[in-house]
Design a protein. Structure first.
Lengths: 103, 459
């Protein structure tokens, strides 16, 4: 993709990234609201989290004990794994709820 | 005390009341005066005793008043302490509220390290190896922003400490289905580099042939990525699309696929990976990457300035298309993990300056192909012995082929077979014992059998 030969491609790329960031700033609010819902422990969410934890986290490495980390550390760690392993957001929220309720 | 006083008073009164009788009786006794004198003395003694008792009572009353005053003071002090405690509690509550407002930023230090020993059938000393130490930092802001970075510290054979930035990226969680990544990131091409290369996760001491440094699989890139997952019932579809600086050529005409701090030309790479889970325990994926790489217009000492776009009939193209594609599969259910990855790349013909040709030469197409299959099984469910449950046998076979550059091919084209036994001290601490056979494809290159030990800790 030669940007010198294709200025339109460069402009498209910049516009695309800009649009993504702008969209993100809007959608981010919704995402935060969705994340905040997980702050209230839901028994069903925890059950789903236990299942998702077993299926997803064990895909690449051994399962870590929930007791290894604090709530805040699990929060950050799950956010890291959400992007590293392409976890579905709903699975990441459920896994976080399970780990934070089990540590 | 008051009762005692009353009794004593009654006693004195009683004695006084008996005086007339005693006096009358004294008329008949031998010495009435003596009796009276004795009685008077006794009365005086009793009066003295009564006085003492009164003083004692007075003293007790004073003490009681003092005690009451002390009790009152204690009560006041307790009330004061209670008020102070309430104030302190309020203060702490306010501090907590303020700290909670400031806890939008959370961070976490993780990473891994390893060390080991390698003995080789080739000439040369067997050696302990320092391995590497990879601390990683995660900084999260609220629920939509995550910065993460990983360093890699190693010690060279000559004792020098090397420090590399594995990745440094900003993740912006746009919504449930998309995350924007900006910075230097691990390449999303294939699975091994992005997910499996940490030594506490990799089941074998080394990477599969072609999937480590200087292999076909890109290690990292610098640019932007859009990635995420879309749930589909019980399964999900995953994607990662990246626009980065892309690979560049080295002075031998090979292709370097580790992320550069800056691009050497205006050609950007475009690629990524899509994945799908037909069933929860099976993941299949496909990867693709395309880019342009430039030849060298000058030696490396003068810096790598690309000569993209200059095509001469006399010399040939000074930039070349680089394409990489592949697919992967992973079946991971309980103690059984099976993996397979395949990658193939081509770099078209390229005119460039090389070490052997300072005036430039036309290099033929460079092709690379690598694959591996790996199976591991944790003996956790076949024995009641705790020691046996921690064992995990693993087997891996892979091939790496290079065409179009003889020197590179001689150095790297090989079949590689690994046999290992892992002992998991803890879920993130592993000791690995293994054999590695490297069957080099160039007839002039001696094959290599390696005995390898490694201990690794993910923290």
């Amino acid at each position: 993709m030669n940007m010198n030969k294709k200025p339109m491609a460069l402009m498209t790329m910049i516009a695309g990234v800009g649009a993504l960031i702008a969209a993100g700033s809007l959608m981010g609010t919704a995402a935060i609201a969705a994340e905040k819902k997980a702050d209230t422990p839901d028994p069903m969410l925890i059950v789903k989290g236990a299942k998702a934890w077993k299926e997803n986290c064990g895909r690449c490495h051994n399962l870590r004990s929930p007791k290894e980390l604090t709530d805040e550390e699990w929060d950050t760690s799950v956010a890291h794994m959400r992007t590293r392993a392409n976890l579905a957001a709903k699975d990441a929220r459920a896994i976080r709820a399970f780990l934070q309720s089990s540590n | 005390m008051k009762n005692k006083l009353r009794i004593t008073s009654a006693l004195v009164a009683g004695l006084l009341g008996t005086i007339p009788t005693v006096a009358m009786a004294a008329q008949t006794s031998p010495s009435a005066a003596e009796v009276n004198q004795a009685l008077l003395e006794r009365i005086a003694k009793l009066e003295a005793e009564l006085g003492d008792l009164r003083a004692l009572v007075q003293q007790s009353v004073t003490k009681a008043k003092d005690a009451e005053e002390t009790a009152n003071n204690a009560q006041k002090t307790a009330e004061s302490v209670q008020k102070t405690a309430k104030s302190a509690k309020k203060l702490v509550t306010n501090i907590i509220k303020k700290s909670e407002a400031g806890s939008d930023i959370q961070w976490h230090l993780v990473g891994y390290a390893n060390a080991g020993f390698v003995a080789s059938s080739r000439p040369g000393p067997d050696s302990f190896v320092t391995g590497k130490f990879n601390p990683a930092f995660h900084f999260k802001y609220k629920d939509f922003f995550l910065y993460e970075s990983e360093l890699e510290l190693t010690t060279s054979a000559d004792g020098e400490t090397n420090l590399e930035l594995e990745y440094s990226k900003f993740n912006i969680f746009l919504n449930d289905y998309a995350t924007l990544v900006i910075g230097k990131y691990l390449s999303p091409i294939g699975q091994f580099q992005e997910r499996l290369h940490p030594t506490w996760i990799n089941k074998i001491q080394t990477a599969p042939a072609g999937f480590g440094h200087d292999g076909i699989q890109p290690g990292s890139d610098t640019g932007v990525q859009l990635r995420g997952a879309i749930p589909m019932g019980d399964t999900r579809f995953t994607y990662a699309v990246a626009l980065g600086n892309g690979p560049r050529t080295n002075i031998e005409g090979g292709v370097i696929t580790s992320g550069m701090g800056r691009d050497d030309n205006s050609n950007k790479s475009f690629g990524g990976r899509i994945g799908f889970f037909p069933v929860p325990y099976l993941e299949v994926g496909g990867s693709y990457l395309t880019a342009k790489v430039d030849g060298y217009a000058s030696g490396p000492a003068a810096g790598h300035e690309g000569i993209s776009g200059i095509t001469s009939l006399a010399t040939g193209p000074s930039d070349a298309t680089y394409e990489l594609w592949g697919f992967d599969a992973a079946y991971t259910k309980g103690p059984l993990h099976g993996r397979f990855e395949y990658l193939s790349s081509t770099r078209d013909v390229l005119f460039t300056i090389t070490d052997s040709s300072p005036t430039g030469e036309l290099l033929p197409q460079l092709g690379m192909e690598a694959w591996y299959g790996q199976i591991s099984y944790r003996l956790s469910s076949i024995s009641s012995s705790t020691a046996l449950q921690k064992l995990e046998p693993v087997i891996r076979y892979g091939e790496f082929r290079i065409t179009g550059q003889d020197e590179l091919s001689a150095e790297s084209s090989q079949n590689r077979f690994n046999l290992g036994m892992n002992y998991w001290v803890a879920p993130t601490i592993v000791t690995k014992f293994g054999l590695e056979w490297r069957d080099y494809q160039d007839l002039g290159v001696e094959d290599d059998t390696r005995y390898q030990f490694q201990i690794s800790y993910g923290f």
